[in-house]
Design a protein around this ligand. Sequence first.
Ligand code: ATP
Ligand code: MG
Length: 361
Amino acid sequence: MSGVEVKVEGLSKSFGRANIWSDVSLTLPPGEVSVLLGPSGTGKSVFLKTLIGLLKPEKGSIVIHDTDLVRCNESRLYDIRKLFGVLFQDGALFGSMNLYDNIAFPLREHTKKSETEIRDIVAEKMDMVGLKGDESKLPGEISGGMRKRAGLARALVLDPEIILFDEPDSGLDPVRTAYLNQLIIDLNAQTDSTFLIVTHDINTAQTVPDNIGMLYRKHLAMFGPREVLLTSEDPVVSQFLNGRRQGPIGMSEEKDTAQAEREMAEIDELSGLPPIKPQIEATKGLPERKAVARRQQRVRDMLHTLPPAAQEAIRRSQQEVADAQPRETVVGAAPYGRPGGEAPTEVLPRVGAPNRFDQPR
Ligand SMILES: Nc1ncnc2c1ncn2[C@@H]1O[C@H](COP(=O)(O)OP(=O)(O)OP(=O)(O)O)[C@@H](O)[C@H]1O
Ligand SMILES: [Mg+2]
């Protein structure tokens, strides 16, 4: 199993006369991890529900495996939906079923597996999310974090090719969030599934995804390699990443321009963007994430189209990856520390372990 591409074009969604967002276009690259950010109420959850066909957009297309979900018939939509594993924002567990039955539910509903097979799969997924031994507990008897993890296990039982998580980290303490983020990367390494994660956690946004997008003012303000958003000087992005009160984003709606401008003057004295943190790597012993090499190639092809700060950040992070390679693979390349010390202009393909970068196109 490996991840599939999800291509969204010109998508618009309204409820009655209330437009939520318009003209959203993005491509989730196969097997990569993408994060969707945005202030509360901008329609992130609505976007996820639209992606799996639970909500119908007025305009646009969502293409997976050559099928447009917006226009296909019900039975095709039903089939395509089986490719998805979804963790809804509220966990959405059945209150009267114990954790085992909750997690087994999609298997009983969508497959013809025997109870013995189901038992093995449920045990594996519960172990994976740290819920071993809690099979007989009811959702009402466990903590919010445990409910999240149960929802996560349920999202994974069908071995989905596309995984959507709506705030998997909300309500988790920082240590559990760190475990969860590692789990997401490890899962991605094991499955090569395509991930889209909605989060408000800045640390998650900085360390987990390959790509980041942001919904703002009823539009997708940006979507692309993580370095683009993490180096953006856009005031909205900077306010969001720094978790600042000052800036264009208000508590309940967008602020009026005059107030935003007064505050922007204030921000000049505050810090700029936080430094880019390295992306989490898969736990040692697991297969390497296949998406890494594909993304490497993809980003290299688009590098010249990106803003200079993003290009610089990408070069630097590629260099750090290369420097972290075992010594013998770097010997001979020695691109840094050359006399004169100039940074190579094209570090992506040249350094690092050959098995990482020299994938066939
Ligand atoms: N089924 C629905 N019918 C009518 N309006 C809806 C429906 N679902 C969501 N909305 C509205 O769409 C807007 C976006 O909601 P959504 O839940 O997607 O926000 P969000 O970005 O996920 O916010 P948060 O970060 O707080 O979870 C809200 O104004 C909400 O009231
Ligand atoms: Mg939401």
